[in-house]
Design a protein around this ligand. Structure first.
Ligand code: GLY
Length: 408
């Protein structure tokens, strides 16, 4: 009798586990999402790096964009974008569950190993979290964990107590003494990760101090952002607030605002400090209600341009914002705001997934999206594919699937 009861409980549990599993697969397998994932995999496979046209050798092994001549532009591991291609491969592994992507992701991740010691700028967080960070998330490889802990140790050597920030750049010493850029918020994810994995509060303290100093000095009263703030290391005071990649010192560079939205959403997710949630929602309000998005929801490279008719779009800014808006919708305590964030993110993803932004099969050397802008003021990478646009597009897609599965 007892064994019969045990058997029926066991069978019910098995059915429940199985139905949960099929729910995830069904969502992934629905015509829309499944078709999209197949399109993504086919396009990525047309890259010269995966079809064997470009052997993976020499110093330049990471795709960043397509040059004017139509050739794939590769960069070295030291470039700030080097982690995004391994990241694209890890995300595609997660979306497809096909080990082909895992094998390639592991190969490109490995090429970045020595970057754990690179203290020349703040970009170690971007590089290592998108490669080793995702690799650790999906494989639990202990060796990846050690690389990440060392990377966090390297990053905090750039923190200055007096300023209360991690220094971003060492270049342009004639122009800035201690430059901190809004993008730097993204590197804090590595420190929050290290705090949780090692239990060492020094990482938490530096991450939250940097985020709070940035709240004070990088924002205007409408929550638009300055790209660059230069600090005096003797007094800790602000010497300059302006731009490097935006239109003007008093304008709002679209990707900078996207980093701010993503950065404070992530800082709240990790720390549960309510100040960061409030900041993320204020930035969201600026994007949605003050800057106002164009009809296709993909911003022009700077929000403050008066006449945007002939200006280039920045699909990378839309992809970063879409990913952040999906996440913010799960964290806000306001259900109405949550619905708005999902709608804005869905609108951005619809445009990015349409033929207006998504490359045709085989076009643009295997990149997914076109029409991004790297740095308009230096006329560099204007209206081109960019690897980080693809990375955040895939992350947004993954978050969208997760949210849809939870709501169903
Ligand atoms: N972090 C550099 C950029 O967004 O262009």
């Amino acid at each position: 009798m007892k064994s019969m009861r045990f058997l029926s409980v066991f069978i019910i549990a098995l059915v429940l586990v199985y139905s949960c599993r099929t729910k995830v697969i069904q969502e992934k397998g629905s015509t829309d999402i499944n078709g999209m994932i197949n399109t993504i995999a086919t396009q990525l496979k047309s890259s010269p790096l995966l079809d064997g046209t470009y052997p993976i050798s020499g110093n330049k092994t990471f795709p960043r964009t397509v040059g004017k001549s139509g050739k794939l532009k590769l960069v070295t591991k030291r470039d700030w974008t080097s982690g995004f291609y391994p990241g694209v491969l890890w995300l595609t592994y997660d979306l497809t569950e096909d080990t082909y992507w895992k094998d390639n992701a592991s190969k490109f991740t490995e090429l970045l190993r020595s970057e754990q010691f690179n203290d020349a700028d703040h970009d170690i967080g971007f590089k290592m979290m998108s490669s080793f960070g995702l690799g650790y998330k999906y494989t639990k490889n202990e060796d990846y964990k050690q690389v990440l802990v060392q990377s966090a140790q390297t990053l905090i050597t750039r923190f200055d107590d007096k300023v209360g920030c991690i220094r971003s750049w060492d270049h342009h010493k004639d122009k800035w003494g201690y430059p901190v850029i809004i993008d730097n918020l993204m590197n804090l994810e590595l420190l929050f990760w290290a705090w949780k994995e090692t239990g060492d509060r020094v990482y938490y303290n530096i991450a939250t101090t940097h985020a709070k100093t940035t709240m004070k000095n990088h924002f205007r009263s409408d929550y638009s952002t300055y790209h660059v703030v230069d600090y005096d290391t003797i007094t800790g005071g602000v010497k300059f607030q302006g731009t490097h990649q935006g239109y003007a010192d008093d304008s709002c560079w679209a990707r900078g605002e996207a980093w701010a939205l993503y950065g404070y959403t992530m800082a709240y997710r990790e720390s549960k400090d309510a100040e960061f949630l409030r900041q993320a929602e204020k930035v969201a309000n600026y994007i949605i209600n003050i800057a106002k998005l164009p009809s296709d929801s993909v911003p022009t490279w700077d929000f403050s341009l008066k006449d945007k008719t002939n200006e280039s779009k920045d699909a990378s800014a839309a992809a970063i914002m879409a990913s952040a808006f999906y996440e913010l919708s799960t964290l806000t305590g306001n259900p109405e705001n949550g619905k708005t964030y999902i709608k804005v993110a869905n609108d951005m993803m619809s445009s990015l997934s349409s033929g207006d932004y998504f490359n045709k099969e085989g076009e643009n050397k295997g990149f997914l999206l076109k029409h991004s802008t790297g740095s308009k003021p230096s006329n560099s990478e204007v209206d081109v594919p960019l690897v980080y646009a693809d990375y955040y597009y895939l992350e947004a897609l993954e978050r969208r699937i997760r949210i849809k599965n939870q709501l169903n």
